[in-house]
Design a binder for this molecule. Sequence first.
Ligand code: PLP
Length: 413
Amino acid sequence: MNLPHSQPVADFSDYRDDFPALQQSVNGQPLVYLDSAASAQQPNAVIEAVASYQREDHANVHRGVHTLSHRATESYEGARDKLCNFINASSRAEIVLTSGTTESINLVAQSFCRPVLKPGDQILITWLEHHSNIVPWQLVCEQTGAELIVAPINDRGEVELDALYELMTERVKLLGIGHVSNALGSINPLRDIIGHAKQAGITVLVDGAQGVPHMSVDVQSLGCDFYAFSGHKMFGPTGTGILWGREQLLEAMPPYQGGGDMILEVSFEQTVFNELPYKFEAGTPNISGVIGLGAAVDYLSGIGMDSVLEHEKSLHAYMVTQLAAIEGIRLVGTAENQASVQSFLLNDIHPHDLGTILDHQGVAIRTGHHCAMPLMQRFGLPGTARASLGLYNDRDDIDRLTGALEKARQVFA
Ligand code: PLP
C-alpha cells in the first residue's frame, strides 16, 4: 500500500518543494530554516488560499447577503470544520477561533477562572512553561487572590511527575501544562498527567502550541478540558489560533470580549449573547488567515501527522548524535521523550553570537530565552541556541547546521 503514513523518511525531503521561502539563498548560501518552533514556513497551498480569498472573495463574514460574503463565510466556517476534525473535537461549537495560543489561554484565564477563583485557590503549572502559559495565570491570580504554584522539573527537562501529583490537591482549580516544551522539546506524558488531574477533580488546559504541528492530537482521547494552539506554528498564517474547550464548560463561561458578531440582540438595557462558538468571537475576525489555516490543515492531513512525528523523531535523533560529536557542545534538554527541538550551547560563545555566525552561513536558528525565562533560570542560563525542526527539514539541513557550528567553534577558538 502506498499510504502517506507508510512513506519512507527520505521522501519527506520532497515536501520542501512546497515551501517557496525555503527555495532562497540567505547570505549567499541556500537557506536552512531551523526556527519552526518560533514560526513555521507556509506551503504554496496556504499562500494560494489566502491570495485567492483576497483576490476574489474578500468580504466580511456572517453578516452579508451578497455572494462574496457567502463565499467568504463558507471558506471561513469550512476551516472551523477542518480544525474540528483535525483534533477530533466532538462539535464545531467547541472550536473558538482566536489570534493564537496566547489569546486562547488568556480567554480561559479571564472567562473560566476569574469568575470562580477566590483567595486560597491555586493554579498549577510547571517549570517548563512558555510565558504565555505563565503570565495569564499570574494576572488572574492577582485579580482574585489565588496562588500560582509550579511543579519542578529534573535536569533532563522532564516534569517531576511525583512532585506534580503531590501538588494536585483540592485547592488546585486548574492545571495549565504544555504539550511539548518550546525551549527543550520535552514531550509531556499528557495522558498520565491528565488522568491524575481528573482524579483530583482539576480542570486541565493544555498549551498545545508545540504539539499540534508535530503529532496527531485527539482532544477527546486526551481527556483535557481546554487545548490551545496557534496557526502560524502549524504552517498557517500568523494571527490565527484556536481554543478548543468542552462544550459544557464554554457554555457556562461569560464572553471574553464584547462587540459585533458575539451577540444575538442588543438593546441599551441588555444584550443576548450569540451561541457557541461565536459568543467568544467579537469583531471582524482574521478571515484570510483562518482560510489559510484551513488549507494548512488540509496539507497536514494529506501527509498524516503520525508520519510527521516519525520523521521528526528520526531527524531529531540524528541531530542529537551529530551535535554531540562537536567538541564543546552542551545539549540543554535531554528528555527521554523529545522531538523537533534541541537547545544547546557551544563552549562559552554567547548564543546571540552563535546565531549571527550561523546566519552568515545561511542557517537560521533561534537564540535567547525562548519566552521561558524561569526555565532558563532553572538551568542557570541567560539563554540557549535552539534548532527546531519542521516537516520540511532533512539530514542535509542538520549537516549544514553542524558544519556551521564547527566553523563558529574555530572562529572563537
Ligand atoms: N506556548 C508555547 C509552548 C509556544 O511555543 C508559544 C510560541 O512560541 C506560545 C505558547 C505562544 O504562541 P503565540 O505567540 O502564537 O500566541
